[in-house]
Design a protein around this ligand. Sequence first.
Ligand code: ZN
Length: 281
Amino acid sequence: MKLSSFTHDGRASYGLVTEAGIVDLGARFPETTLRDFLAAGDLDRARALADAPADFALDAVKFAPVIPNPDKIICVGLNYHAHVQETGRTVTEKPVLFARFSGSQIGHGAPLVKPLESDEFDYEGELAVIIGREGRRIPEAEALSYVAGYACYNDGSIRDWQRHTAQFLPGKSFAGTGAFGPWMVTADEIPDPATLRLVTRLNGKVVQDTTTDLLITPIPALIAYISTILPLLPGDVIVSGTPGGVGARRNPPLWLKEGDVSEVEISGIGVLSNPVTAERA
Ligand code: ZN
């Protein structure tokens, strides 16, 4: 089952994505956001509508970030060996975490925005994990039962602002840089998130290609580690790290520029596609 957030004629809602389009769940259920719908815990209400006629064609809506308003977005740095190597860093014993703010997110099809302050705008294709129920100090063995679903994420990064201090956050939360979508696929369809293939394309050319079994800290261990710090809540997003092939580490560097199209495809999930635009003064 695919669930997404969208706007139609300026009204924000969420829905079930089917072959025919979107079944508007926000119009049918009391919860006004996908985050609240996940928190209510009864996804069978959506499943029961699998054969319902679509309310909107996919091209009639604007996709929002899958979860526009998560309590937290926890990103994982340096979580594939090929990426650790290309950055010249070393693998740490514990996962490298940083935060992204929800206001930096965009949906499928919306422009990734190169800010005025930098020309070092880079793509990062990643597997996003969406939490389905609250948990604290979740044991690894139970961790996947806390997952509502999975989605594509482009952790667009402003590299000079990421690196000009010891903290990643400034380069990871510029407005319009975190693409999340088009939808999440529910966890029942992906029993093991370590079996996926992730490919990032820039203008149709493959720039990153990995399988998710290569994550240094796998998804269950990330959930256990992060939920030790504070409770994970329904709708929380874990962005699990990018593989090798980022633009910053190419010679010459490959920066996103206006007119480009950046895509992230994950097997069994779909394709997240975003054009790139440059902010104007
Ligand atoms: Zn990243």
